[in-house]
Design a protein around this ligand. Sequence first.
Ligand SMILES: Nc1ncnc2c1ncn2[C@@H]1O[C@H](COP(=O)(O)OP(=O)(O)O)[C@@H](O)[C@H]1O
Ligand SMILES: [Mg+2]
Length: 292
Amino acid sequence: MDAGRPIIQVNDLHHRYLRGTPLEVVALKGVTMEIYEGEMVGIIGRSGAGKSTLVQHFNGLIRPRERGKVIVDGEDLADPDIDIRALRQKVGLVFQYPEQQLFERFVGDDIAFGPLKMGLPMEEVRERVREAMEMVGLDFGRFKDRYTFTLSGGEMRRAAIAGVLALRPKILILDESTSGVDPRSRKDLLGRIDALHRERGLTVIFVSSSMEDVAELVDRVYVIDDGRTVMSGTTREVFSRPEELIRYGLGVPQVTEIVHELARRGKIPFTTVVNVQEGKEVVWKILNSSAT
Ligand SMILES: Nc1ncnc2c1ncn2[C@@H]1O[C@H](COP(=O)(O)OP(=O)(O)O)[C@@H](O)[C@H]1O
Ligand SMILES: [Mg+2]
């Protein structure tokens, strides 16, 4: 991990939709954050907080035009001369609704779309499609010739992620891309993303409304509310402040809540667990000490 230079730097970012019209919406009014290479960072915040608007800046879908700066891998995104195609290749964004991202008739063609547009030779395109499909757990032989519209919700999300991975991005952004997937499939997908992060040093930005998934997956969290950064820290630090999170329309994972409640009732000193394993250990400790 390069702790020296953030790969993404956001400073006091502002954004308005439909600027200068009666329908103007102020979506961002001061977001600041730094994401380092090889990190796994979570972005949480209630619906409408500005998360999607924020992450769309990272691959140039929205350009900073007002107050604030976005620097990605050393490039200022306000610069009109930046190479947007190169940026989209470097920063892969998977949308909230995968059906917004899949538009080819066959799954394989859809995943091949990006690499083909990069002008890569057919052999390499095929190799990348195969690799990306295996990474997300879609069997190449079984799925490449499937009609896109016959995929299940979970398979569609996998295909959308594969289409982005086929570009071999340095940064992968998942904007609520795992919500609405059945629990087992979601767990499998999150495990695969974690593996990509660990084995390939992929920087992952995980936008999610599941506090459980965030706690399980990421090391650091930013909380966005009403267009501003309102909290940040390690996952444990952020989830050790439940009152604040509730104020921002959020909460903590259920297991975190249970252990906090045990502390409130004086059973244990205040402690913050971020996964079920840690929760189990706390409960065992209490049971063992009350047995003696
Ligand atoms: N294309 C758009 N046009 C106008 N307003 C928008 C558009 N997209 C989002 N907004 C508004 O901007 C605010 C932030 O939205 P969004 O970034 O989607 O939040 P989140 O992803 O956290 O739910 C909301 O008030 C939303 O209604
Ligand atoms: Mg959103």
